[in-house]
Write a protein that binds this ligand. Structure first.
Ligand SMILES: Cc1cc2nc3c(=O)[nH]c(=O)nc-3n(C[C@H](O)[C@H](O)[C@H](O)COP(=O)(O)OP(=O)(O)OC[C@H]3O[C@@H](n4cnc5c(N)ncnc54)[C@H](O)[C@@H]3O)c2cc1C
Length: 598
């Protein structure tokens, strides 16, 4: 049986000692009253909910899965899921970061994010039911009419209704321009929507009294391709004038996918049969509105893998201290035992530290991104809003792809720590590797994230945002360049920061002559950039920890931080050299391979 302890100490370190979020938040009028104690108290309670309510349902939900009644088209979620959701709603968790005008508590986004990290560690499948609703809320908040907001946002805030995102069809996943679902305008201003969606997470379930599907479809006169896609609200039950739940709408679950992981989440095939919908935003501008949800979801998916990495690490660490096999290469360590605990072996430590470094680096990046999101939406200074938005746009594909790839590496490393016991179900480790696997695929595969980063976010603005990030590194180098204790953390990022301009220009130049060069380099490029960002954050974390140690703080937390930073820079960061080399190997070795791939 796995276990889970909310990593509150590390969350507090990132929020209060690394990022000083209270200073930034109190500069935003709506958070003027927030303080450290409130933040810590909310997260402590959130951690209890995750560990005590959601976590105990993780393995049973995986084993039981969801069930579809083919007659009623209703889906039953695993035993206990519905009751846990009731507790979540009663606890006010759905409303945590929603706007007070719709009944929300208006707390900072970073709190919701840390709460969701814990839910993801506890039970990713369960967390996806309420989690998607936050993205749907954000899209409606940004692009809905006042009437739509009044009709839907109150109930989504309270948690009475859940939300989904319905993009994918059997023939169209990455390429949404191929979409076929149709929306026929009606005389009353609504639309009748027909088509079939597949792979819709939480697409049908028994947890809430209504499900608000955000559906992409085409109007009859829509231009071909992605520019002809519009966004519609299609509720499972129509909503009466007084806001109550009305007649069943024509959107049904036609089947549930049987899948590798996240088995407690209902991945639904949805049939739309003249379902009544209302348009969100402008006709044919559906992607613009949906991108609000997709960007939120991309950060959310990175957060899913952070959760998986953390819980896998905690369990692998406990196992490695307990499991005895062989003797240490440097002599007996546990004299009272017939063998030493496996944590004495260097490679076991490497696996553990890989997961720890990726979990703590991921937490720092996600919290940093959450603060950018808060500033982008709510800071009174327009320039700060704009700069934050640009930086977040660049970091979003890194959060999504780098953290989920790291989650894959980490959950597999932690499984490996258990040897054969990691491969069997009892210990729960194989579930973490399976559950994490989807995070690299949905919300735009990690390849698509890489193309977005290199093509749009970096080359698309001639590297301007990357240079701004480079300035942050430059500031840190200026602050700590002469501090010998920081050299092992500062030198690698200073060198990589310098190399990035030439590296990026080179790929951009080659890509200008042959677009396949961008496609061939993008995945390696994202990983290099991911390390640049992690490297910066790890150097700053080491800086904070070293200062505490120098000031006489004996809390072992700080020494642990320095040791993990040391490991990260010595063992993980150096892969950037190989990645730059493989990115530079170009497209010819991939594209001149027709004989090899015949
Ligand atoms: C469990 C689960 C839950 C999901 N939840 C949702 C949901 O809630 N809502 C929703 O709408 N969808 C959902 N999806 C769908 C998911 O977002 C898609 O599966 C994903 O976007 C990829 O689309 P696809 O599966 O059609 O793969 P394809 O688009 O067919 O891609 C196949 C491969 O080709 C690669 N590829 C495609 N185009 C390019 C390119 N231009 N350059 C390089 N490589 C390329 C891809 O990276 C991938 O490796 C879910 C899927 C699963 C499995």
């Amino acid at each position: 049986m796995p276990s889970y302890t909310p990593p509150l100490r590390d969350m507090q370190f990132v929020m209060h000692e690394l990022l000083h979020v209270v200073d930034d938040l109190t500069a935003i009028p709506k958070h003027a009253d927030i303080d450290v104690d409130t933040i810590n108290a909310v997260l402590e309670e959130g951690g209890k909910f995750a560990a005590e309510v959601a976590f105990p349902l993780n393995q049973s939900g995986d084993a039981e899965g969801c069930k579809l009644d083919p007659v009623t088209h209703e889906v039953t979620t695993p035993t206990g899921f519905k009751e846990a959701y009731k507790k979540y709603v009663e606890g006010g968790w759905a409303a945590l970061a929603c706007e007070p005008e719709y009944g929300g508590q208006g707390l900072p986004h970073i709190l919701n994010q840390c709460f969701y990290e814990m839910l993801n560690s506890a039970n990713q499948s369960w967390a996806m039911y309420p989690g998607l609703t936050h993205g749907a809320y954000a899209a409606l908040h940004a692009h809905g009419t006042e009437a739509q907001k009044q009709t839907y946002l109150h109930k989504m805030t309270s948690g009475e209704w859940l939300g989904t995102m319905c993009l994918t069809e059997a023939h169209c996943g990455t390429d949404l321009g191929l979409m076929r679902s149709k929306a026929e305008p009606q005389a009353d201003g609504t639309y009748k929507i027909s088509g079939e969606k597949i792979f819709i997470s939480a697409g049908e379930n028994d947890m809430a009294s209504n499900i608000i599907h955000l559906v992409l479809a085409r109007l009859p006169d829509a231009p071909v391709g992605i520019k002809g896609v519009s966004l519609f609200i299609v509720p499972k039950f129509l909503v009466n004038q007084d806001g109550s739940v009305g007649a069943r709408n024509g959107i049904y679950c036609g089947g549930l996918e049987h899948k590798m992981g996240i088995r407690g989440n209902a991945t639904a095939q949805l049939v739309l049969d003249n379902a009544v919908g209302t348009l969100v935003g402008q006709p044919n501008k559906g992607m613009q509105a949906m991108f609000v949800m997709m960007n939120a979801a991309r950060l959310g998916v990175g957060n899913q893998s952070l959760g998986q990495t953390e819980v896998a690490y905690q369990n692998a660490l406990a196992y490695a201290k307990d499991r005895i096999q062989m003797r240490s290469l440097t002599g007996i360590k546990a004299k009272d035992k017939p063998a030493d605990p496996i944590i004495v072996h260097p490679d076991v430590r490497k696996m553990l530290l890989t997961a720890k470094a990726y979990a703590e680096g991921g937490r720092a990046l996600l919290c940093y991104s959450a603060m950018l999101l808060e500033k982008e939406h709510s800071h009174p200074d327009e320039k700060i809003r704009k700069d934050a938005g640009e930086m977040l746009a660049m970091l979003t594909p890194i959060v999504k792809a780098f953290i989920t790839d790291n989650g894959h590496i980490s959950t597999n490393a932690c499984l490996q720590v258990f040897g054969g016991h990691g491969y069997i179900k009892e210990w729960g480790m194989e579930q973490y590797a399976r559950d994490n696997r989807i995070n690299m695929i949905y919300e735009g595969t990690n390849t698509i994230q890489s193309l977005d980063l290199l093509g749009r976010k970096i080359l698309g603005n001639n590297g301007a945002t990357l240079r701004k990030f480079g300035k942050l590194i430059g500031q840190l180098v200026a602050e700590e360049g002469v501090n010998e204790k920081m050299a092992e953390f500062i030198t690698p990022i200073a060198i990589l920061g310098d190399q990035m301009t030439k590296f990026t220009t080179e790929i951009g130049f080659k890509g200008f002559q042959n677009a396949d060069e961008v496609g061939a380099a993008a995945v390696d490029y994202l990983r290099v950039t991911g390390h640049l960002v992690f490297g910066y954050l790890w150097a700053r974390m080491a800086q904070v920890a070293l200062r505490e140690i120098a000031a006489g703080n004996a809390d072992p937390f700080y020494l642990a931080k320095v040791q993990t930073a040391r490991f990260y820079f010595a063992k993980l960061f150096p892969e950037t050299a190989t990645l730059m080399r493989t990115a530079r190997a170009g497209s010819k070795v991939l594209m001149d391979t027709d004989a090899a791939l015949a």
